[in-house]
Write a protein that binds this ligand. Structure first.
Ligand SMILES: Cc1ncc(COP(=O)(O)O)c(C=O)c1O
Length: 452
C-alpha cells in the first residue's frame, strides 16, 4: 500500500492528450434546450460544457491502454487478445469459465435467458434497471432487498448498499433461483456492500443451494470502500479484497465500461460448469464466437489493462476523494446531497432544495435543467420523470473516470451556487409528450409558469 500522507490528494496522472470542451453563451444554451424539448438526453454533446450524465464508457484510457489497443489481435478464433483478456479476468476473479460480451447488459441477457425459467425469482440488493429488465424479459421476478438505511439520504452508515439479511432469509424460505449483489449499488446511490454482507449472503445461498452472482461493474470502488471503511481490511491489498469478494460468489456479470475503464466491453464468468455450457451456446447465438464475444480484439486488450489499473490504490484514493470533495463543496453552497457520497457520483436531493416544486412538477428535472442553463452542466434526473413512483427527487452527477480535474469540479460547484441563489424562481416542469416505456430518454417537457 502507498504511504501518501499529504492533505492534498492529487490526480495521480499527467495529461498527455486533451480534448477541447464546448463553451456556449447562455442564449445558445437556451436555444439548444428548447430544441431538445427540455430533455437533457436529447442535447448534442457539443452543447455540453461539463458532462456528468454517466460514468459508463466515458473514462479516459491510459497510455498503456491506447498502446494495448494497437496490438489487438483480430483473429476470429483463439485470438492472442482473448488469451490476455481471459488471464486478466481470471487473475481478478478466479472464475474458470470466462466469456467476453459487448457490455454489461449482454451478460445479464445471457444469464437471464439460460438459467431463469418463467416464474422464477431473482433477489438483489437493488437490481440495476437493465438487470431488472432482462430478468423480467425472461418471465422471472426481480425482487430488491435493500437495507432500510438505503432509503434515508441523511443516514451516513458506511455500507448502505448491503442486502437485508432477514429479508433474504424470508425470500430463501419461499424459493429463489438466483441471488445477486450489485457492487456498488448504483440504483441506491452508488453505496458499497460490506465484505461481511457478501459473506453472509454467500453462506445463506450455499446452505440453501441457491447460486449467487455478483454484478461487479464497480468492483474496484467497492473494494476501496471495504479497505477504508470496514474493520480488518486496512492492511489487505486491494486485489486480495477483490478476489475475496469474487471467491464468495458462483459467478459474475461485469460492465467493463465502469471499473474496466474501457469505452465498451463486458464479462460473464462462472465456476458452474453446466451454466458455462449454456452461456457459451447463448453467447454464440447473440454475441459472437466465445473468444471475442461481440468485441474487437483491441477492445479485449483495453479491458484487460483497465481491470488492473482500476485497483491501483493511488487511483482509487483520488477517485473516492474527488467524489467526496464534490459532495462536500456542493453542501457548502447549500445543495442537499445523499450521504455518504458513493463511489462514482454525487446524488443531489432536489426535492429538499426546491420545496416550492411538488414531485409531480419534477423538481429533479428542474435542477438538472437549471444546471445546464446556468453553466452547461449535464446531469440526469432520477426522480418522478424516470420512475413515476419515485420516493426521492434526485439528480445524479456522475464522475467519468480520470476525465475532469478539481478545477472542473469547482466550476460545477460555482454553477450550483448560482442555481441555489435563485432557487425560488426555478420553475417546475410538465411532460408534453412521452413514449410508452423508459420515458425519461425521449419525453419532451416544458417549464411551468413560476408561482403557478
Ligand atoms: C450496476 C450496473 N449493472 C449493469 C449495468 C449495465 O451495463 P452496460 O451499460 O454496460 O450494459 C450498469 C450500467 O450502468 C450498472 O451500473
Amino acid at each position: 500500500m502507498s504511504d501518501w500522507d499529504f492533505h492534498t490528494i492529487i490526480e495521480p496522472f499527467r495529461i498527455k492528450a486533451v480534448e477541447a470542451i464546448p463553451n456556449l453563451t447562455r442564449a445558445q444554451r437556451e436555444r439548444a434546450l428548447h430544441a431538445a424539448g427540455y430533455n437533457l438526453f436529447k442535447l448534442l454533446a457539443d452543447t455540453v460544457t461539463i458532462d456528468l450524465l454517466t460514468d459508463s464508457g466515458t473514462g479516459a484510457m491510459s497510455a498503456a491502454q491506447w498502446s494495448a489497443l494497437m496490438i489487438g489481435d483480430e483473429s476470429y478464433a483463439g485470438s492472442r487478445s482473448f488469451v490476455r483478456f481471459e488471464a486478466a479476468v481470471h487473475r481478478l476473479t478466479g472464475f474458470p469459465y470466462i466469456f467476453p460480451v459487448h457490455q454489461g447488459r449482454a451478460a445479464e441477457r445471457i444469464l437471464a435467458r439460460t438459467v431463469l425459467p418463467p416464474g422464477s425469482v431473482v433477489v438483489n440488493n437493488t437490481h440495476f434497471d437493465t438487470t431488472r429488465a432482462n430478468v423480467e424479459q425472461a418471465g422471472a421476478h426481480a425482487v430488491d432487498l435493500p437495507v432500510a438505511a438505503a432509503a434515508d439520504p441523511t443516514d451516513t452508515s458506511p455500507f448502505k448498499g448491503d442486502m437485508s439479511l432477514p429479508a433474504l432469509d424470508r425470500a430463501l424460505d419461499s424459493g429463489v433461483t438466483l441471488a445477486m449483489l450489485t457492487l456498488t449499488n448504483n440504483a441506491a446511490g452508488g453505496q458499497p456492500v460490506s465484505m461481511a454482507n457478501i459473506e453472509a449472503v454467500s453462506a445463506r445461498c450455499r446452505a440453501a443451494g441457491v447460486p449467487f452472482f455478483l454484478d461487479a461493474a464497480r468492483f474496484a470502488e467497492n473494494a476501496w470502500f471495504i479497505h477504508t471503511r470496514e474493520p480488518g481490511f486496512a492492511d489487505v491489498p486491494l486485489p486480495t479484497i477483490a478476489r475475496r469478494m469474487f471467491d464468495l460468489a458462483d459467478g459474475c456479470t461485469i460492465s467493463a465500461k465502469k471499473d474496466g475503464i474501457a469505452h465498451i466491453g463486458g464479462v460473464l464468468a462462472t465456476r458452474i460448469p453446466e451454466w458455462a455450457d449454456a452461456f457459451r451456446n447463448e453467447l454464440i447465438l447473440g454475441e459472437g464466437f466465445p473468444t471475442y464475444g461481440g468485441l474487437a480484439g483491441r477492445d479485449l486488450e483495453c479491458v484487460a489493462v483497465g481491470l488492473e489499473e482500476a485497483l491501483d490504490p493511488d487511483y482509487l484514493r483520488y477517485r473516492a476523494r474527488s467524489v467526496a470533495y464534490f459532495a462536500e463543496r456542493l453542501e457548502s453552497v447549500g445543495v442537499p446531497v445523499v450521504k455518504p457520497p458513493g463511489g462514482h457520483a454525487v446524488y443531489v436531493d432536489a426535492g429538499r432544495l426546491f420545496p416550492h416544486i411538488p414531485p409531480e412538477q419534477l423538481p429533479g428535472q428542474a435542477f438538472a435543467v437549471a444546471m445546464y442553463l446556468e453553466g452547461g452542466v449535464r446531469g440526469v434526473e432520477i426522480g418522478s420523470l424516470m420512475f413515476p413512483a419515485a420516493r426521492l427527487q434526485l439528480v445524479r452527477l456522475a464522475m467519468p473516470r480520470r476525465v475532469y480535474t478539481q478545477a472542473h469540479i469547482d466550476y460545477v460547484v460555482e454553477v450550483a451556487a448560482r442555481v441555489v441563489a435563485r432557487a425560488r424562481s426555478v420553475p417546475g416542469y410538465r411532460i408534453v409528450t412521452e413514449p410508452p416505456f423508459l420515458r425519461h430518454f425521449s419525453a419532451t417537457l416544458e417549464p411551468l409558469p413560476t408561482g403557478g
